[in-house]
Design a protein around this ligand. Structure first.
Ligand code: ASP
Length: 376
């Protein structure tokens, strides 16, 4: 079957086009008598869907249908859950912008039929994908909740069930017919974060994510407590607008004492490069070497955007606070304020995909588009 978006063979088309009720129904978990809402589950892969390969002992994605065996509790949520597996399921280290595009297009196609969306995704690049989707889905009025697990669903102590069941509850939560959290979020362990503020912080414990520069949107205990003053609501009456064009000509330049001109020059002169996230020290500081300034200035003059992001998780870039960042200002470097690297990379890719005008991209970089940074 050819996909109308990609013009290639596509596993999503029956769902996107909403033509094949029979095929869709193969993945319908159930329809509960007490209908509390409808949630579309987009299943991309990750540890949540993995098992051990008996030969190598390495974790690899299992067959999607096996997941349903482990989730009888879904029936108790009272939520009508339909799911779409991405075939094949992938480890999130293999996620590419085309995965974001597929997610965005499926959400667009199914937007009117569901109260919310849950994306099951590996944790490794979940913050990147949630950030990208937050820029791709403008005027969102329904929840898009990313979640996953640190232990595969079939394991005794897996965190998969709690994460998935709570994510479904949040995705379907409404008040007066309106979604309580109409944002792209990550739910993990017991906390709901704005997706584009989140970073994976832990490869071992169940609290895998944190949002260092923005408060949690909800906390799940006996009850789910929503912190409404931190939740972003789109202008009433605005319609969802989906942007899927991305430009991948973006790089990250991480500073360290001893970095050579050769390294800096090589990165800033990558053919086709359009933007760089400069990971600087502390409040946005960098070496005062003249060669460093010259390299940045030359790149800026060639039209390469350089955005300053602190290597610290908490706090913001304040160029001009120290002498070591004055040079950056005069080289044309733009402040990334308190944005995460994940959000900056995604924002740059989406803006460069959307706009031809460098002036427009520069302007959009200086404002918060969907709550990704605090200015000032
Ligand atoms: N490697 C896995 C992934 O990101 C890790 C996880 O899901 O927790 O797909």
């Amino acid at each position: 079957m050819l996909c109308r978006f990609k013009k290639t063979k596509c596993h999503f088309q029956p769902f996107c086009a909403k033509k094949s009720a029979i095929f869709v129904n193969q993945f319908l978990f159930f329809v509960n008598v007490e209908k509390k809402g409808a949630v579309l589950l987009l299943f991309t892969g990750g540890t949540i869907s993995m098992s051990e390969d008996p030969a190598t002992g390495a974790l690899r994605p299992i067959d999607f249908n096996r997941l349903q065996e482990y989730m009888p509790e879904l029936k108790q949520t009272g939520v009508h859950v339909k799911s779409i597996p991405f075939l094949p399921l992938i480890d999130s280290s293999d996620v590419q912008p085309d995965t974001w595009e597929k997610l965005a297009l499926i959400i667009e196609e199914n937007y009117d039929d569901f109260d919310g969306f849950v994306v099951l995704h590996g944790t490794d690049t979940m913050a990147h994908s949630a950030s990208a989707l937050s820029f791709m889905l403008e005027n969102l009025s329904k929840p898009v909740i990313f979640t996953g697990a640190q232990l595969p669903i079939g394991m005794m102590r897996s965190d998969a069930k709690e994460n998935l069941l709570t994510a479904i509850e949040i995705a379907s939560a409404q008040e007066n017919g309106m979604a309580i959290v109409p944002e792209v979020c990550i739910f993990f362990e017991d906390t709901l974060f704005r997706g584009n503020r989140t970073t994976k912080k832990n490869a071992e414990h169940f609290n895998a994510f944190n949002s260092y520069n923005y408060p949690a949107l909800a906390k799940a205990g006996v009850h789910i407590k929503y912190f409404r003053s931190y939740i972003h609501y789109s202008e009433p009456g605005t319609k969802l607008r989906v942007r899927t064009k991305v430009d991948r000509n973006v790089a990250i330049l991480k500073l360290f004492p001893g970095i050579t001109q050769f390294t800096v020059h090589a990165i800033l002169n990558i053919p086709g490069l359009k933007a760089v996230v400069l990971e600087s020290f502390g409040a946005g500081n960098a070496p005062r070497r003249s060669w460093f300034f010259d390299e940045l200035k030359a790149a800026n003059e060639k039209g390469i955007l350089i955005v300053n992001k602190s290597q610290c998780s908490t706090g913001t870039v304040e160029m001009g606070r120290y002498e070591t960042s004055l040079n950056l200002l005069s080289a044309g470097v733009i402040s990334g304020y308190d944005c995460t690297t994940e959000a900056l990379v995604a924002k740059l890719m989406c803006l460069l995909g959307e706009y031809d005008s460098l002036h427009e991209v520069r302007h959009k970089l200086s404002i918060s588009i969907c709550g990704e940074m605090t200015i000032g």
